[in-house]
Design a binder for this molecule. Structure first.
Ligand SMILES: [Zn+2]
Length: 355
């Protein structure tokens, strides 16, 4: 299965992972796991990124998730278009809250073309919308970006996002790839928002201690289930239980035993069970704790009512996410991906076989 998928065929998704990566992965969705008896939340997912032979409608993703005890998700934007889409879905779908930001891998190009300030202004605007509960994902990505102007742009964008989170009293979701020290230094220098989450925590026990000291949250993804990720499990042991969250970062980072296949919020039970197993705690207790921690960070999913009309998937053209707009975006993304190589939004360290 090496053929590239036609972006137009993937409409109406905003992005398509298979196009970004062009890998020889198994592109079938894994079966649903046994349901959790106590529900949890997926606090970081990208439902707009199509993956698999048959990309799932976001509502199908949510239905599968509900059926296995994943009660709600935080849908995360990575640029202006996907942030708008995230806010639009959250305004219409009770199981979705939104995070909005410009991904650190987007910042250098935006700065280069003089568009960074305007894009940040859009994020600031979206941050004021109901059911937008976090600024993210933002941070630093030294895996993708070399020292120099690109990293300067990332840092400027990161600081601007921190300021937006504080201005609106929102949580911050951090993308940290090979940049632990500078992320921590920046947070300490400018002052972290009250609720700060290291999305797809990728550090070791030492970084976990820094998070613990500062009251920052570690969100564990499917990587914590990988055989070669003992450092993440050590970090999990070190984290105070009230600062632990879970996420999928779908469609990336599918948990063991389905690593490499398309991911969705409905596969999170694998991650939660592996974490409970490693901690020697029972799964319902860990789920209750994680659900409570998640609500501490983002509030409850019904705190602000869903009010907006229409379906952002098949709605009228003024709703972000109309098929025509997203098809055009998918085409553009495919061209960008071909130009720049894989945008590769998920954080490291590298897990061989994942990409
Ligand atoms: Zn992500």
């Amino acid at each position: 299965m090496t053929e590239q998928l036609d972006p137009a065929a993937l409409d109406p998704h905003v992005r398509a992972r298979a196009i970004m990566e062009g890998t020889t992965r198994d592109l079938s969705y894994p079966p649903s796991p046994e349901a959790l008896t106590v529900p949890v939340y997926d606090n970081h997912t990208h439902l707009e990124i199509a993956d698999g032979e048959n990309p799932l409608h976001y509502r199908e993703h949510l239905d599968r998730a509900s059926a296995v005890g994943v009660r709600g998700v935080v849908q995360v934007g990575t640029d202006v278009l996907t942030s708008r889409w995230s806010a639009a879905v959250a305004a219409r779908e009770p199981r979705v809250l939104a995070a909005v930001a410009l991904h650190p891998n987007e910042a250098p190009e935006l700065a280069e073309s003089g568009e960074l300030d305007a894009a940040l202004a859009v994020i600031d605007e979206l941050a004021a919308q109901p059911r937008v509960v976090a600024i993210g994902e933002t941070g630093l990505d030294y895996f993708r970006t070399e020292p120099g102007r690109g990293r300067d742009a990332q840092l400027a964008a990161f600081e601007a996002h921190i300021a937006i989170a504080k201005k609106h009293g929102l949580a911050l979701q951090i993308h940290d790839r090979d940049a632990h020290d500078d992320i921590v230094a920046t947070l300490l220098r400018v002052g972290a928002p009250e609720r700060t989450v290291f999305h797809c925590f990728s550090g070791d026990a030492e970084l976990a201690r820094v998070l613990a000291e500062n009251g920052w949250y570690a969100s564990f993804a499917g990587t914590v289930t990988f055989k070669n990720a003992a450092n993440l499990r050590e970090a999990l042991e070190v984290m105070p239980r009230q600062l632990v969250l879970v996420e999928t970062d779908a469609p990336f980072l599918t948990p063991h035993p389905f690593r490499g296949r398309p991911n969705g919020p409905y596969l999170m039970p694998h991650t939660v069970r592996a974490m409970a197993d490693h901690l020697g705690t029972d799964v319902p207790t860990l789920c209750a704790l994680i659900a409570s921690n998640t609500e501490q960070v983002y509030g409850t999913w019904d705190a602000q009512q869903v009010t907006a009309p229409g379906d952002p998937w098949a709605g009228p053209d003024e709703v972000p996410g109309s098929p025509s707009e997203l098809a055009a975006a998918a085409q553009a993304a495919a061209v960008d991906a071909a130009d720049a190589g894989s945008p590769d939004h998920h954080p490291g360290p590298d897990y061989p076989g994942e990409r």
